[in-house]
Design a protein around this ligand. Structure first.
Ligand code: PMV
Length: 331
């Protein structure tokens, strides 16, 4: 019933951890096939799965009705009929543009396979996690889920310039090619504005905006900036990356997904960054900034003074099983 391959029956408790993410270049345009560069960050979610009399998530028996990600992940695993006690602990703020739902879906989908389910088939898990997120959200690209599965720097739709091929994710006639980009070894800063927002609503609003007469040329500009950004990261040219982050932000503003709080954070960050932009769906959510080398702490302080929750982040490994000792994940 559960798990991709025949083999020993899955054993529980079982646990997995998965990273959140921040989009460096190309959000929104990626939904329409433009390139994207995403970084898996070391803010993570851990999920522990046990068999149980009745299904609950973090002691909430109503979660099957109220949490679509939870419901769709169980449905995709063919596991709705069984009972599960699921605990999830996350350092990724919710609805903040930092991939909390993708981290939950990938960690949960892996943990559901149990401890004895054989080796980890990442391409299959990336497709499964995207199917779950898409079913729950109705719209979107596989950028978040594939990054949570792969870890590190990941490109979509970038061609050979985007790195070594990892896998292709499909939704009907749509397909996204996912690649492993090189890690330039930089620290980034992300900062959550405190304003949660809905990815689906932002994606739909941008779709309407891109139907305007200038939509096609805007989409080309998004694609060009993302392509140049991917190239600048590959060349390890932080000044160029900083300029391109600023250009990407101007385009995001143009399609209406910035927000006065986001602009205030970008202003607060400006003296200590090479460049910065909103990250994720926007209309609130978070920013990502490339600090001037040596000024990371100052940048975090500036953002905290401006009212954000700021983190210095580094690349994280992709989803993986962790030992389920019987204890709940540490908080
Ligand atoms: O804000 P998030 O973490 O849900 O990211 C959304 C990124 C979009 O490009 C706007 C949508 C998508 O699924 O790619």
């Amino acid at each position: 019933m559960i798990g991709p391959a025949p083999g020993p029956p899955p054993r529980y408790p079982s646990s997995a951890r998965a990273p959140g993410k921040c989009i460096l270049f190309g959000e929104h345009a990626v939904v329409r096939g433009a390139p994207e560069l995403v970084l898996a960050i070391d803010l993570e979610t851990q999920v522990v799965v046990r068999t149980a009399e009745r299904t609950q998530l973090n002691a909430d028996p109503g979660a099957l009705e109220t949490n679509r990600y939870f419901h769709e992940a169980l449905a995709a695993a063919g596991a709705l009929e069984a009972g599960w006690d699921v605990r999830s602990v996350s350092r990724v703020p919710r609805a903040a543009g930092l991939g909390s739902s993708a981290a939950f879906v990938t960690a949960f989908s892996l943990a559901l396979r149990g401890d004895a389910a054989g080796s980890l088939d990442r391409p299959e898990l990336a497709q499964r996690s995207f199917d779950v997120e898409r079913a729950a959200q109705g719209v979107g690209s596989p950028g978040d889920t594939s990054t949570s599965v792969a870890g590190g720097y990941v490109t979509l739709n970038a061609g050979p310039e985007g790195g070594e091929p990892l896998w292709t994710v499909r939704a009907g006639p749509e397909r996204w090619e996912v690649r492993r980009a090189t890690d330039p070894g930089w620290a980034w800063v992300v900062a959550y504005s405190g304003l949660p927002r809905s990815t689906a609503e932002a994606v739909k609003a941008v779709a309407v905006r891109l139907e305007q007469p200038d939509g096609r040329s805007l989409l080309e500009e998004f694609a060009g900036v993302a392509r140049d950004g991917i190239d600048a990261v590959r060349r390890e040219d932080p000044e160029a990356v900083g300029r391109l982050l600023g250009r990407n932000q101007r385009l995001l503003r143009e399609v209406g997904v910035s927000h006065p709080r986001i602009e205030a954070l970008l202003d607060a960050a400006a003296p200590a960054v090479l460049g910065a932009k909103l990250t994720g769906a926007g209309r609130g959510g978070s920013i990502v900034a490339l600090p001037v080398p040596g000024r990371e702490v100052e940048l975090v302080r500036r953002l905290a003074r401006a009212g954000a929750v700021a983190y210095t982040v580094r690349p994280s490994a992709g989803v993986e099983r962790v030992a389920a000792t019987g204890a709940d994940p540490a908080t």
